[in-house]
Design a protein around this ligand. Structure first.
Ligand SMILES: [Zn+2]
Length: 102
């Protein structure tokens, strides 16, 4: 496959540290089956920042998740990363609502 996927050239890529491959290797050591931290099934191939902060590369914040690549590969039917992102956004909105305004 000669074409690079869109994410490879996006800004998201540039937030990854120079030792990202080492961080992935370490994460594989901690979780060899790459069990998805969202859905609990094995075979997650994306290393996710669990707290949603793309600059927080602490080992406890990095774990595997299924994204569109896992869905395309037929490993899972569900894009866990997209589900997680959807869940995180409404949380931020809820914080904005003041209970006294209801
Ligand atoms: Zn999953």
């Amino acid at each position: 496959m000669a074409d690079r996927p869109a994410w490879a050239t996006s800004d998201r890529r540039s937030t990854l540290p120079s030792n990202w491959e080492q961080l992935r290797a370490d994460a594989r050591m901690r979780n060899p089956a790459q069990v998805c931290h969202w859905g609990g099934l094995a075979g997650g191939e994306a290393l996710d920042h669990k707290n949603g902060d793309p600059l927080d590369h602490r080992p406890e914040n990095l774990d595997w998740i299924h994204d569109w690549r896992s869905v395309r590969a037929g490993i899972v039917e569900r894009n866990c990363h997209a589900a997680k992102t959807r869940r995180q956004q409404p949380t931020a909105v809820r914080v904005e609502q003041h209970p006294a305004r209801r």
